[in-house]
Design a protein around this ligand. Structure first.
Ligand code: NAP
Length: 252
């Protein structure tokens, strides 16, 4: 554990979508760096497993079951974390879904659901967390975007719109909150090996890999390393940025 702070002085991080994939990787990394991590997603079992993994390496974690697509429930949940933990220093909005399809055939429902879960949830969570962060004169907001939100992606009009929206949200928050010690940044992965990308056909996987400067798909740990820095005390002068962690796929 890198941080020797007494438990009461430990920075508290809330990570949404922490049950698997990139969110799990981020939670494990922040815990390894000495944060107390509150793990959020829709079902208890997988969160309990991540909590056990964190505790077995000497870290500290709590569990929060919430559907980030339900704004009232999410608002209440974020406020509760700050109240129960006594502080909320780091917010990582990572929960996300895809409902891919060509724009001409995309239903309103698939568009709206992706916007609600991937974009509106981040707004609601940031709004709920920001007041306490400003009061404490410290905060780190990290929104997990996607290179699709920067360069677009055929078949992902809904997802790319949500992730592009996250960039505008984050830059606006960075401007509103920067004077109070609160930073806001986007970490934008390219292609990472998780459940979200497991259905990619082999030939697509191969093509993407070839297009990457580093010639491999990303891991949750690759993304977590960037989040660890952006959310650290050292990163107080870094705000309003989009950090593409994509193995040199887009170089955006
Ligand atoms: P994943 O393996 O599918 O995991 C998604 C996580 O989000 C799970 O923990 C899931 O938990 C949670 N989640 C989904 N809907 C939720 C909801 N309504 N309420 C609460 N939690 C919810 O995805 P991933 O690949 O790790 O992706 C994580 C983030 O990275 C997403 O924002 C994604 O857009 C972004 N990203 C991923 C890639 C990639 O290549 N994998 C690339 C660019 C960006 P439950 O299902 O248990 O609730």
């Amino acid at each position: 554990m890198a941080d020797n702070a007494k438990p009461a002085d430990r920075r508290v991080a809330l990570v949404t979508g922490a049950s698997r994939g990139i969110g799990r990787g981020i939670a494990m990394r922040l815990a390894r760096d000495g944060r107390r991590v509150v793990l959020a997603s829709r079902s208890q079992g997988p969160l309990d497993e991540v909590k056990s993994a964190i505790e077995s390496m000497g870290g500290s974690a709590g569990v929060l079951v919430v559907d980030v697509g339900d704004p009232e429930a999410l608002q209440r949940a974020v406020e509760k974390v700050a109240e129960v933990e006594g502080r909320l220093d780091i917010l990582v909005n990572n929960a996300g879904i895809t409902r891919d399809g060509l724009a001409l055939r995309m239903s309103d429902a698939d568009f709206d659901q992706v916007i609600d879960v991937n974009l509106k949830s981040a707004f609601v969570a940031c709004r709920a967390a920001a007041r306490g962060m400003m009061k404490g004169r410290f905060g780190r907001i990290v929104n997990i975007g996607s290179t699709s939100g920067v360069v677009g992606n055929a078949g992902q009009a809904n997802y790319a719109a949500a992730k592009a929206g996250l960039i505008g949200l984050t830059k606006s928050l960075a401007r509103e909150l920067g004077g109070k010690g609160v930073t806001a940044n986007v970490v934008a992965p390219g292609f990472v090996e998780t459940d979200m990308t497991s259905a990619l056909p082999d030939e697509v996987r191969q093509r993407v890999q070839e297009a990457m400067a580093v010639k491999r798909l990303g891991t949750p740990e690759d993304i977590a390393a960037a989040v660890a820095y952006v959310s650290s005390d050292d990163a107080g002068y870094l705000t309003g940025q989009v950090i593409c962690v994509d193995g040199g796929l887009t170089m955006c």
